[in-house]
Design a protein around this ligand. Structure first.
Ligand SMILES: [Zn+2]
Length: 383
């Protein structure tokens, strides 16, 4: 029996991030890996994170939904994990994809408060209602992952429903996220100048863009690095960014951040790093039509500019209109400003636009992050 565990862990890696614009829920990794009742397997398993992420995808009816994971440092040496799993978590930590902390305390709730994210946890935080009123006031803001027929399902602590509900960023969160922050600790993966540090620094593949910095922790009112406990210095305004999304067949497949620092290529299989690859979601006809690099997106003085770099051209759907007579052709080499709810259409049913303006409206057919997981490892409890 050969389990393709490492492929599953690679897929899960694409779904953990500390980017405030992309994360959709916060969780405590040390808690999730011990949900033994989800699969009846080992005492601790990193695959349970994948199961919870899949459940979140199902609930939000969106593919590639990332979570913000906070975890106690002890997990890096947890003997209940395999050495491979420990190495993977260490790599995520070095790349700043997860927050590994000496004392997580209520950091998970702080992140949820600053970013307005739902929290996935079974823990009840009754003592913290004063500081975080949404714990009791907002139904669906805190949800427990419990075993269900086809994998974990969510039960909200308040209201009991299954739907995670996001709130608004707190005013303090808005303020903190308007600036860039710098940690004095050399090689800090969260607030460093770029690249990771630590024992696996040579493996670090993530260059942290300033626009994707996590929210600082507030200690005695001062912005602090949650990892090092050091006071952060203000490194100027955070670069502008815009969250865009790819919708294919009516379903949002992935969100991405566009900044003024770097254009983003979208196509069947763009070369280089940072491109948005659509190939995996396309049928044969769409695959033939869409070029490897099909459109280039740029953010310039706050405007999203789309340039067709394809062989076959694209179209603009003004204000998201699906009326054919309103579709504007975008010929190869042509550029256009993408206004509010405008979508650029690379091929019928393959669209890119602002994430907030693109409703997901198709029957949900998610791509599981666990697709490579051996069914044997997933001994789901019988109903
Ligand atoms: Zn730091």
């Amino acid at each position: 029996m050969r389990f393709e565990i490492s492929k599953v862990l690679d897929a899960i890696e694409g779904r953990v991030c500390t980017d405030p614009s992309l994360a959709r829920a916060v969780l405590d990794l040390a808690e999730v890996i011990r949900y033994q009742d989800l699969d009846g397997g080992r005492p601790a398993s990193l695959l349970r994170l994948g199961m919870v992420i899949d459940a979140l995808s199902r609930q939000l009816e969106e593919d590639s939904v990332p979570v913000y994971a906070v975890v106690h440092r002890a997990l890096l040496s947890d003997a209940d994990l395999t050495s491979n799993e420990r190495m993977v978590v260490r790599r995520w930590a070095d790349d700043g994809l997860v927050e590994v902390l000496d004392n997580p305390g209520d950091r998970m709730l702080e992140v949820a408060d600053l970013l307005g994210l739902p929290v996935l946890t079974r823990v009840r935080f009754d003592g913290l209602r004063g500081r975080f009123p949404w714990l009791v006031e907002q139904p669906g803001r805190v949800l427990a992952s419990v075993p269900g027929a086809g994998g974990p399902v969510f039960v909200a602590h308040v209201g009991g429903g299954p739907k995670p509900v996001a709130g608004d960023r707190s005013p303090v969160g808005e303020k903190l996220l308007a600036r860039q922050w710098r940690c004095p600790e050399p090689g800090c993966a969260l607030f460093g100048g770029g690249g990771g540090g630590g024992a696996f620094a040579d493996l670090a593949r993530v260059e942290r863009a300033p626009a994707g910095q996590p929210p600082p922790s507030l200690r005695n009112g001062a912005p602090t690095c949650p990892r090092h406990g050091t006071r952060l210095s203000d490194a100027g305004p955070r670069p502008r960014s815009e969250v865009l999304a790819v919708r294919i067949g009516g379903l949002i497949r992935r969100r991405f951040v566009l900044t003024e620092e770097q254009p983003v290529m979208v196509g069947r299989a763009p070369e280089g790093s940072g491109g948005i690859m659509l190939g995996q979601w396309l049928n044969d006809e769409a695959r033939r039509w869409i070029s490897r690099n099909h459109i280039r997106l740029e953010l310039r003085v706050g405007e999203v500019i789309v340039t067709d770099v394809s062989t076959n051209g694209s179209g603009i759907r003004p204000n998201g209109s699906m009326t054919e007579s309103e579709r504007i052709a975008l010929a190869p080499k042509q550029s256009r400003v993408l206004a509010g709810a405008d979508m650029v259409e690379l091929y019928p049913g393959v669209q890119v636009g602002r994430a907030d303006e693109l409703p997901t409206g198709a029957p949900f057919t998610p791509t599981s992050v666990m697709a490579e997981a051996p069914t044997m490892a997933m001994r789901l409890p019988r109903p």
